[in-house]
Design a protein around this ligand. Sequence first.
Ligand code: MN
Length: 256
Amino acid sequence: MRSKIVLFIIFCVITQIAIAQNKLPLIGVSSSWGDTDTRVPKAYVEAVMMAGGVAVVLPITDNKEMIEQQIDTIDALVVTGGADLNPLLYGEEPNAALGKVYEQRDEYDIALIKMAIKKGKPILAICRGLQVINIIYGGTLYQDIPSTYGKPYIKHDQERDVKLGSHTVTIVKDTQLYKILQSEKVLVNSTHHQAVNKLADGFTVSARTSDGIIEAIESVEKKIIAVQFHPEEMVYGGNKLMLKLFHNLIQRAENK
Ligand code: MN
């Protein structure tokens, strides 16, 4: 009788180990605040799930212990898009065309990203997510492309469906982004009026538009791939090329 119990316990332990090894990676998705809710545009969580990750929405908090546990819980992080960043964060006064800023979200995103880097968790940063990372490492932004870029520019605030691309980007060879997308010219969507001005220290530009605007940056050392466009919306709209960015994040989450 006793040996049967021992065998049963051994069976349970082995089963548990097998289940643990086959677990799908948990992918944290940073959120924003609506007037009455914590929210994430549906496309982010759908794209993560389509790539085989379990999407975990991370609520905004100023509690550092909670931020650390959020990061400890996940295997990789998606930093989502949203409102303009407070320009005082990079030493500039607000431009007349600056949109509404949300300081609590700015502070949360900065703390979350720093914690993810400290703990070695891979990051896919999108739109505003790219901009936050650029600011953390000493970069600056054009607060409003039309009024501050000072050079001819193409349309970066598309009016067509965000699931469809509207301009091309040229991807720099020998970058992580090139390895993932395997293409020099890629059609992407565009819903931003801000963009990287001074590039963050230690980062590489991995894509630009024909007007010179930076559309992607990365750091191998910090495990960051950041894009100015919205791959999640294109993935949700059925785009297979952009799904590679999410598959890559899942792979990086599994190999971390
Ligand atoms: Mn653009």
